[in-house]
Design a protein around this ligand. Structure first.
Ligand code: C2O
Ligand code: CU
Length: 488
């Protein structure tokens, strides 16, 4: 079933170079940074052009409709950045200035949001909130300092465009890492639609009744754009420590991630350094990132798998020791960590750069709800109202954005958002422009599980502007689970 050997893998990588972005250098020519291993072939092409000292790093991203091949699955019409899926990896060093020119060759508007990086508001890429959408045929220049370090992602923030394929990863390398490693890879987990995305409506269930559709008809789950039958192979040597950057720009899918024969030591949550935390598996929701260190001391070929919260088979890749004769894991083998062992509890994680907590000056108590069809009674903050909603509608305190009151705050205040989930689905909630404290660590996206105790997100209002706070399930976001955070 898994049929990719090293030679066919390298061929694929070389073929991919045909789709290289303007100005990008082939990944194998990239010099090793001090104390870090060079990019490995499984990484794919990296946008990291050589740069005369001092000036900004120039990168061009072209959003366009292209035919894209998923090995063993066929060719699909997608909207991609520079013809790649996921989009080209952007990799810079902490503190470098980035100048990203986005050209829109699509037939509708677009923007790019640099997810997780606390940018000046005008660079945040939210249409109608921080900039007008870039019109078809137009360009826009984003420019900012790459800081802080971490694993981030970038994606269109225009409607359901991320599920067209407009997603990618942005790595800001730290000057000094608190964890040692010999090589690194990034793993982008995506749920892949064969056709264009559409808002979810109603479907008939087995007994003929109408129910709200909750998951789009994804075809397959991918790791770095490849399905389990033709998986990405990540090569290691015995004795090495490998840093894996797990990045989830999926439309809706929350994964449980594990690697056969290898525990994971989590070193970063949403790019922020944490005290190394040992697990056998972790959950990663849309918008989240975890960096893990894996010690290569169990030679062989092992399954890497990400098991979804939907009915699709897990996304898979391969961890292969080059000093072992095994080329692939046993047919159908899944990591034992997907069913047993220690799991990540975000409340136990200790961040390394967490500021002193302050008593909140202002608290927003939010109830996340919705998902049913037909009439749902909605309670607005101004009083009780009721209205007929025909698709699944997702609400915060009964309000569906854009018909929702903004969260008005003042510069310098310490803010708490207290979230309770009264719906039947988990919500990966994301705040633009700020890291928040959740438990004892800093994040920018965190899953609020069904029926869980209230989750408190604390942050200091230190980045003026208008920002989104929303569920990173694209369909929940597009069906109302959004609030505007507004400095007044
Ligand atoms: Cu990746 Cu508004 O988010
Ligand atoms: Cu949600």
């Amino acid at each position: 079933m898994i049929n990719m050997d090293r030679r066919s893998f390298i061929q694929t990588s070389v073929l991919n170079l045909g789709a290289l972005a303007l100005g990008a250098r082939p990944f194998f020519a990239r010099p090793a940074l001090q104390g870090q291993a060079p990019q490995q072939p499984a990484q794919g092409p990296v946008l990291n052009p050589s740069q005369p000292g001092g000036s900004a790093r120039e990168i061009t991203l072209v959003a366009e409709a292209v035919a894209f091949e998923i090995p063993t699955r066929g060719v699909f019409q997608k909207w991609l950045y520079n013809g790649q899926y996921p989009g080209p990896e952007i990799r810079v060093r902490e503190g470098e200035r980035l100048r990203l020119t986005v050209r829109n060759n699509l037939l509708e508007g677009t923007t790019i949001h640099w997810h997780g990086i606390p940018l000046p508001n005008a660079m945040d890429g939210v249409p109608d909130v921080t900039q007008p959408a870039i019109p078809p045929g137009g360009t826009f220049q984003y420019e900012f300092d790459a800081a802080p370090s971490g694993s981030f992602l970038y994606h269109s923030h225009f409607g359901l465009q991320p599920d067209r394929g407009l997603v990618g990863r942005l790595i800001i390398e730290e000057k000094n890492s608190h964890v040692a490693y010999d090589r690194e890879y990034s793993l982008v987990l995506t749920d892949f639609l064969a056709g264009p995305p559409a808002l979810l409506g109603r479907v008939q269930n087995a007994s003929g009744g109408m129910v709200a559709m909750q998951v789009p008809p994804y075809l397959v789950l991918l790791i770095n754009g490849r399905p389990s039958e033709a998986p990405t192979v990540f090569e290691v040597k015995s004795g090495e420590k490998v840093r894996l950057r797990l990045i989830n720009p999926s439309g809706t899918t929350i994964y449980r991630f594990a690697i056969g024969g290898h525990p994971l030591v989590i070193s970063h949550a949403d790019g922020r350094p944490i005290e190394p935390y040992h697990v056998d598996s972790l959950f990663i929701g849309p918008g989240e990132r975890y960096d893990v260190i894996v010690e290569a001391k169990n030679p062989g070929a092992w399954p890497i798998a990400a098991s979804p919260d939907n009915d699709l088979p897990p996304a898979r890749a391969v961890l292969r020791y080059t000093d072992s004769n095994d080329l692939r894991p046993k047919e159908g083998a899944l990591p034992e960590g997907l069913s047993t062992g220690r799991m990540l509890h975000i409340g136990d994680v200790r961040g390394l750069d967490v500021p002193e907590s302050r008593k909140p000056d202002r608290t927003f108590n939010f109830t996340l709800a919705g998902g049913s069809i037909g009439p749902i009674s909605t309670m607005s903050e101004a009083g009780v109202t009721s209205k007929e909603i025909m698709g699944p509608q997702w609400t915060i305190n009964g309000q569906a954005y854009p018909n929702a009151s903004p969260m008005e705050i003042h510069h310098g205040e310490s803010i708490r958002i207290r979230l309770t989930n009264q719906s039947a689905m988990p919500h990966p909630m994301h705040l633009h422009g700020h890291f928040f404290r959740v438990g004892n660590t800093l994040k920018d996206t965190t899953i609020v599980w069904t029926g869980a105790r209230a989750v408190e997100l604390d942050f200091v209002a230190n980045n003026p502007g208008s920002w989104l706070f929303h569920c990173h399930n694209l369909y929940h976001m597009e069906s109302g689970m959004v609030r505007l955070l507004k400095y007044v």
